[in-house]
Design a protein around this ligand. Structure first.
Ligand SMILES: [Zn+2]
Length: 245
């Protein structure tokens, strides 16, 4: 049997979760995408300093515990009233739009999963706003729920809850993202050529498998794809401002 190791807690036992083989770490309960995001942060050097400010939106349990323990007071979690959180101290808002509207601090790391599909407002406006809250070299990482190649949009008053439930699998979702449409839209908004974190380019399949980040699932665009953006460093910002002056 292969030797497994969780990049969050070091645990070596994994169990199936909702039909996904060895998806959940038995010790910290992390799922593959949480391990992938923590791994991305590790390999980009974000854990080299404990003095960082983190904004975790709709936090997942294992990553929340790990990040709050690592960064202490620098860690802030925010959720919405319909997704109460009991595993970490968390500010709660009536909905995601109000949560994002309230965010006005500057952060080194902003992280969220499966949030943009429940937003009532425009997803790219939220992405732009959150990107704008990054400190120099700060990173914004997230996943979204992806189904098929085309984004299927029903936000605002376009569809009622019953119809959204039928079309998007859950009544609180306003859309599902397309594997072709979403990265393209994101790349345009961010003027970025590749908006996803490419695990296959950085790690071998056997390493990814050891961390239970199934290489096949992290190769294509799907609900496990980690999209990321790193804000320009301070010197790049100065150069841009000087060039524009
Ligand atoms: Zn673990």
């Amino acid at each position: 049997m292969a030797d497994f190791s969780c990049p969050i807690c070091g645990g070596d036992k994994f169990v199936d979760f909702r039909g996904r083989t060895l998806e959940e770490c038995k010790k910290c309960k992390s799922k593959a995408r949480e391990r992938a995001e923590i791994l991305a942060l590790k390999c980009l050097g974000y854990f080299e300093s404990k003095k960082k400010k983190i904004l975790h939106i709709l936090p997942d349990r294992a990553a929340a515990r790990f990040l709050s323990k690592t960064y202490g007071k620098g860690y802030t979690a925010k959720t919405i009233d319909s997704m109460a959180v009991d595993f970490v101290e968390c500010e709660s808002y009536p909905d995601l739009d109000a949560l994002i509207e309230s965010a006005n601090d500057k952060y080194d790391i902003i992280l969220h999963n499966n949030a943009l599909e429940i937003l009532s407002g425009l997803p790219m406006d939220a992405v732009t706003k959150l990107d704008g809250l990054l400190k120099p070299n700060g990173i914004h990482l997230f996943t979204v729920t992806v189904r098929g190649p085309r984004t299927d949009e029903g936000g605002g008053l376009m569809l009622d809850e019953a119809e959204r439930s039928k079309r998007f699998g859950r009544g609180d979702r306003n859309r599902l993202f397309g594997a072709a449409d979403f990265p393209r839209a994101l790349a345009t908004v961010r003027r970025q050529s590749n908006p996803r974190f490419n695990f296959a380019a950085r790690f071998s399949d056997s390493d990814l498998d050891r961390w239970r980040i199934p290489p096949s699932e992290f190769r294509d665009i799907n609900s496990n794809t980690v999209f990321y953006y790193v804000a320009p460093s301070f010197s790049e910002v100065v150069v841009e401002a000087t060039a524009a002056a």
